[in-house]
Design a protein around this ligand. Structure first.
Ligand code: OSB
Ligand code: MG
Length: 369
């Protein structure tokens, strides 16, 4: 593919409600979109970096900077290229998986739209619908949490994930179990808020039949996660720690986790995400698709990824209205607790030009030649 240039676009989408995690509270999604333009096609990428480096080291202004300063010049210098060449071309630059992943996603989308092939088909999806889980933030009170969970269950969500932190862990889990019963698929996500010294406390979660506890300890604490996993019965799942197929293999082999949350942005793109899926499937470890408050563009790609055979647990693939009253694509909606995998070429969704124009805060055109 001959790329004419790339548009970097920033957009600001208000959230339907503040989203609180152990690392902070988000009120809006300040998102970086990448549009790759060729003579015959365009492709969209979404960068999942947050506004601040709180979930991981990347942040949206930094991603835009590294793309403009280093990553795009490397792609422009390479001449005609396809999506599989993007990661190798960028690999000499350390880190920045979310920035790299957004570029690869845009190139892949353009390429697939030209070829008339969907993301799902290209990545290897074997399902036409995927079960939708929902990530529920830390709330001001247990009654407020119960109301929120009640509404999500009413909407048909197949699984509930509670964000936890010290001071908001056992009690909300106990309350949700007591109110909604043992059959609700329930899991928790600590976003690195604990240390191994909290093992006995976290073992109190063992009574509540959780599917998993996600990333209780620090990103680099693989050995501590392995030690924790030996002290609790709740299966340990890693998110932040899994930065590549290699770290997934190491984490599984050393017993740091038995389940992996796969987020394409965290591992450098959807093609790397498939590689993480493949090594986990080969080791018999369940995976599920994480989320990063994606717009309809990233959500389309996530749902396609979640259609792969190893995604045996419901993901954070919620409907668009979980976060946004107005998405920049036609919204993803729940049907019987599932979302359908788009079948159209590329992402299979298109941006709504008027909506996108309304939420756009800046655009920058970077020509390749
Ligand atoms: O840890 O899974 C996480 C959102 C932002 C950053 C990190 C995480 C999350 C979520 C939300 O839990 C998942 C979603 O998009 O539904
Ligand atoms: Mg997580």
């Amino acid at each position: 593919m001959n790329i004419d240039g790339v548009e970097l676009r920033r957009a600001r989408l208000p959230l339907v409600a503040p989203f609180q995690t152990s690392f902070g509270t988000e009120y809006e999604r300040d998102v970086l979109l990448v549009r790759v333009v060729t003579a015959d096609a365009q492709g969209w990428g979404e960068c999942v970096a947050g506004a601040e480096p709180l979930y991981c080291a990347e942040y949206v202004d930094g991603a835009a900077d590294v793309i403009e300063r280093f990553l795009l010049p490397a792609l422009a210098a390479a001449g005609p290229l396809n999506a599989t060449e993007v990661a190798p071309l960028l690999s000499s630059y350390k880190g920045h998986p979310m920035a790299k992943g957004a570029l690869e996603m845009a190139v892949l989308d353009a390429e697939l739209r030209l070829a008339g092939v969907s993301f799902g088909t290209r990545l290897g999806a074997v399902r036409s619908r995927v079960p939708a889980g929902v990530s529920v933030g830390i709330m001001a009170s247990v009654p407020a949490l119960l109301d929120a969970v009640d509404a999500y269950l009413d909407q048909g969500y197949a699984r509930i994930k509670l964000k936890i932190q010290p001071g908001w862990d056992i009690e909300p889990v106990r309350a949700v179990r007591e109110r909604f019963g043992a059959d609700v698929l329930l899991q928790v996500d600590a976003n690195t808020a604990y240390s191994l010294a909290d093992a006995a406390h976290l073992a109190e979660l063992d009574d509540y039949g959780l599917l998993l506890i996600e990333q209780p300890l620090g990103e680099d604490d693989l050995a501590d996660h392995a030690a924790l996993a030996r002290q609790i019965r709740t299966p340990v799942c890693l998110d932040e720690s899994i930065t590549s197929a290699k770290t997934a293999v190491d984490a599984l082999d050393m017993g740091a986790c038995s389940i992996v949350n796969i987020k394409a942005g965290r591992v450098g793109g959807y093609l790397a995400a498939v590689a993480v899926h493949d090594v986990c499937l080969a080791r018999g470890a369940a995976v599920w698709c994480g989320g990063m408050l994606e717009t309809g563009l990233g959500r389309a790609a996530n749902v396609a990824l979640a259609g792969l055979p190893g995604f045996t647990l419901p993901g954070d693939t919620s409907a668009s209205d979980r976060f946004f009253a107005q998405d920049i694509t036609a919204p993803f909606v729940l049907t019987d607790g599932t979302l359908s995998v788009p079948t159209g070429a590329g992402l299979g969704v298109d941006v709504l030009p008027d909506v996108l124009a309304e939420v756009t805060t800046s655009t920058r055109w970077l020509p390749f030649r």
